[in-house]
Design a protein around this ligand. Sequence first.
Ligand code: NAD
Length: 245
Amino acid sequence: MELKIAIVTGAGKGIGNAISKRLVEDGFFVLLVDIDKSNGINAVDEIGSDKAAFYLTDISDEKQVNALFRSIEETYKRIDVLVNNAGIIRDNMIWNMDTVDFDLVINVNLKGTWLMCREAARKMKQQNSGRIINISSRAWMGNMGQTNYSASKAGIIGLTRALALELGKYNVSVNAVAPGLIDTPLTEKIKKEALNKLIEAQPTKAMGKPEDVANTVSFLVSEKTNFITGQTIYVDGGKSIGAGV
Ligand code: NAD
């Protein structure tokens, strides 16, 4: 039987790691892409090299992304699923934010996602099949101190919608998932007091788990969603609904 190949970026830890494990459970052979070598290798050791492989790649680097897809083409000849999950934050109020932190966040979150989408689109169009899931964030709607991050995540939604139009007739769907507050190494960096306030502002009064996002990705790449494309699904405990008070 032919292997079903899924690529997951930022797969070494956090949400990407949970997505990778969930897609392995769903029967995919998962290609874990990350800029962090030791986390990526550990993740594959944990999953098993019969079910996953690690690719060291900085998704914001065009040459590295192109080399990644060349290597995948040589080895596997197909791509069934691409999950663009890698993302970073560099928070500050705009008046204190250095240009380098704007560029970095846009380059990884938005340009990196676009570079990966372009290569996957070329392959999936030719295959006449495929699923692309882009991890945006509820923060695209606006978060204090995140002008760079919110802009990058809003950009991902625009990219998702436009690409869904371009790839629709090639039997390729493109959807976005917008997580809210999820308990990962990324949110561990938030100061305890600030984190408690964020949790208190949640309608559910709780953080989500990486598995909550992974389950949604699993659903979106399944046969159950053949007629869904260009959509953004919120996994945020209701935070996107509106004012909670
Ligand atoms: P994380 O920091 O725990 O993990 C991110 C992973 O991406 C790391 O393994 C890191 O090495 C990798 N990465 C970073 N830059 C990369 C690059 N240039 N190329 C390849 N890999 C790179 O983050 P997380 O909390 O698991 O978040 C995953 C995604 O979900 C991100 O896109 C994030 O913006 C989004 N998100 C997270 C939350 C949350 O509350 N944790 C909420 C909304 C959206």
